[in-house]
Design a protein around this ligand. Structure first.
Ligand code: CU
Ligand code: CU
Length: 288
C-alpha cells in the first residue's frame, strides 16, 4: 500500500525522484509503450468497435489500470515513487508550482508552442517525442488557448458531475446527458457555452500534446488522471449505494452491444473487469 499525494505538497526531493523516474522510462523506451497503448485505445463514438478507454462507462476503470501499470513501471525504477495528482480546481494558474522549472516546466512559447523550460523541454535533450499524432518532436503546450480562451473547471462546475446520482446512463457514450462518468469525462452535445467539461476541458486548457490521442506524451497527463481517479473515489463516497453501470452485459439488440463494457466484461488490453477495479484501497490511497 502506498500513497498518492497532491503535487502541491511534494517536497523538492519527491518531485525530483518522480521526474527522474519518468525520464528513465523514456530513456529505456518503456514510456513510448504507454503512449502507443493510449493511441490504440483512443476510439471514439464515430468509429465502430469496442470503446474501452474513452466515451464509455469503462473510461474510469480503464484509466485506473493504465495508471497502475505506469506507476508499476515507475516503481521498478524507484520504489518510492507514486503518481502525484493535480487538483486543477485549486492550482489553476500559469504560475502554479506544478509548472516550475524543477518539476514539469511551463507553457509553450509563442509561435510553435514549444515548451522551453523544465526537464521535458526538447532542448534539455531528454524528451524527444517519438510517438505522436502530429509531426513535432518537441513537447508543446498552449495554456488557456488564448486565441479562443478556455478555462480550467471550477469546483462549482465539477460539483455538477459529483452530484450526479448514477454512474452512467444510456446510450453509454459521449452523448449521455446524465451520469457521473460523462459529466466528469466531459463530452457535451454542442451548443453549450462551455462545450468541454471537467476532464476534457483540462486537456484543452493545457493544449499541445495534451489535446489528442497521444496526450500521455505530456507527463502532466498522469497527474491529471490521478485527480480524475481520486474524484471517482469521492463520488463513490458521496453516493455509497451507486454502482458501476451497466451492471450486466448489454443485450444484443442494444446499439452499444459490443461497444460499451459492463461491470463483468474484461477490458482490453488487460483481462480485468471494471468490477475488479471499483476499490483500490488495498493498493494505494490518496492523501485527501
Ligand atoms: Cu485517455
Ligand atoms: Cu484524459
Amino acid at each position: 500500500m502506498y500513497t498518492r499525494k497532491n503535487q502541491r505538497n511534494l517536497t523538492g526531493a519527491e518531485k525530483k525522484k518522480f521526474v527522474q523516474a519518468v525520464l528513465e522510462l523514456k530513456r529505456r523506451g518503456t514510456y513510448e509503450e504507454f503512449v502507443e497503448l493510449h493511441i490504440q485505445y483512443y476510439i471514439s463514438d464515430a468509429e465502430d468497435g469496442l470503446r474501452a478507454g474513452h466515451m464509455a462507462p469503462s473510461f474510469l476503470p480503464w484509466h485506473r489500470q493504465f495508471l497502475l501499470d505506469f506507476e508499476g513501471a515507475l516503481q521498478k525504477v524507484d520504489k518510492s515513487v507514486t503518481i502525484p495528482y493535480w487538483d486543477w480546481t485549486a492550482d489553476n494558474s500559469h504560475s502554479s508550482s506544478l509548472w516550475a522549472e524543477s518539476f514539469l516546466g511551463g507553457n509553450g512559447r509563442q509561435g510553435d508552442r514549444q515548451v522551453m523550460t523544465g526537464p521535458f523541454a526538447h532542448r534539455a535533450g531528454n524528451w524527444p517525442i517519438r510517438t505522436s499524432v502530429t509531426d513535432s518532436d518537441f513537447l508543446t503546450r498552449n495554456f488557456g488557448r488564448p486565441a479562443d480562451p478556455v478555462s480550467l473547471p471550477t469546483a462549482a462546475e465539477l460539483a455538477g458531475a459529483m452530484n450526479e446520482k448514477v454512474y452512467d446512463a444510456s446510450p453509454w457514450d459521449s452523448t449521455a446527458r446524465t451520469g457521473f462518468r460523462n459529466r466528469l469525462e466531459g463530452w457535451t452535445t454542442g451548443g453549450d457555452k462551455a462545450p468541454w467539461r471537467n476532464h476534457n476541458r483540462v486537456h484543452r486548457w493545457v493544449g499541445g500534446e495534451m489535446l489528442g490521442a497521444a496526450s500521455p506524451n505530456d507527463p502532466v497527463f498522469w497527474l491529471h488522471h490521478a485527480f480524475v481517479d481520486l474524484l471517482w473515489d469521492r463520488w463513490q463516497s458521496k453516493h455509497p449505494k451507486a454502482t458501476y453501470l451497466p451492471h450486466k452485459r448489454l443485450p444484443r439488440n442494444d446499439p452499444q452491444s459490443g461497444r460499451a463494457l459492463s461491470a463483468e466484461e474484461p477490458m482490453p488490453p488487460w483481462n480485468i473487469k471494471p468490477s475488479q477495479l471499483l476499490d483500490h484501497k488495498n493498493l494505494y490511497r490518496y492523501d485527501a
